[in-house]
Design a protein around this ligand. Sequence first.
Ligand SMILES: Nc1ncnc2c1ncn2[C@@H]1O[C@H](COP(=O)(O)OP(=O)(O)OP(=O)(O)O)[C@@H](O)[C@H]1O
Ligand SMILES: [Mg+2]
Length: 355
Amino acid sequence: MEKGSKLATTYLDLIFHHISDLIFFIKVVDVHHYEIEAVNEAYLANYGTSKESISGRRIEDFLGVDQGMQAIRRFQEVIIRKETIHFEEGYTFPKQGYRVFEITLVPMIEGSSVSRLIGAARDITEKRINEEHMIHSEKLSVVGQLAAGIAHELRNPLTSLKGFLKLIHVKNTDQDIERYIQVMDSEFHRIEQIIDEFLILAKPQKTNFSSHGIDHILDEVIELLNGQANMKSIVLKKDYPATLPNVYCESNQIKQVFINLIKNAMEAITEDGEITVIAEEVEDMLRIKIKDNGIGIPHEELNKLGSPFYTTKESGTGLGLSICKQIIDRHQGEFCIKSKEGEGTEVTITLPKAV
Ligand SMILES: Nc1ncnc2c1ncn2[C@@H]1O[C@H](COP(=O)(O)OP(=O)(O)OP(=O)(O)O)[C@@H](O)[C@H]1O
Ligand SMILES: [Mg+2]
């Protein structure tokens, strides 16, 4: 009997110290005061601390006041309910940053009250990120199929309209009508461009990669959008050298990225606007930034950016950033958005230099 219980303790000890979940024993001093009594190796590794410096400490000493209170509210829930609870909660650590945990808290009841709590926390941050990626790519593939269908349906009537417009152009002798024809032709061209933009979302794409100077691409985009910027009294500034290295890219797609980003910047500006396009060489990469002093994006909305159909605009489709992300991905580049509400937004793109 004695031998059996010793063995069981050894097994429990092994599990306690070698399991990857964080296990902690909390002593309930009173309903507002909780001390750490013992933790396992995984817990110590997570906090980068030692057994000596942690035991006997109050929970808020190393979780911080706000996060400590967040934990204490959960402890109080167990004490009141006198039963085990399971929940998911996020905590921020100095080294690892924000992590999401699946936590179980078990009460140890002595007499009529809870004297201790046993906790087990499993880090599920990666699992959550992977799930979000899956949802995101699932949405994109649905959008892709939809886009392909719509584009296919629109292409045929458009081709016949363009054909008839050409016939009218050939037969027409009236100057006024000729002007209308030209406007119609350029509008048809725009419709075709929109369809192409939409089709970028549909995989697989026939792409025509070649080496292009990023300075030329940026110059062309800025020239294209300068008129629109002027109309809104927005200054569109260039901050890059006259010549920059080439990138191996599908130039129309890369142009599309900058058009989408500068349009977003213009739409975010209500008055006294300034948009700066910065580009520089950083080792074997090119870093391009589009910076605006517009309304910015609230912190809690930042992780929604790039999800298809996420928009805060009445007439927006919410596809602009999704398209940008997908194009940059296809170019082995990186895409990052920083923003502060009321101050502005900075979108950074890095692309590999052509070799
Ligand atoms: N520079 C920016 N400043 C402030 N908010 C921005 C900026 N860029 C994007 N956003 C926010 O992100 C959302 C999504 O942008 P996205 O370009 O994907 O779609 P959209 O601009 O709403 O529509 P569209 O498909 O016409 O581009 C916007 O609705 C806006 O709320
Ligand atoms: Mg947009």
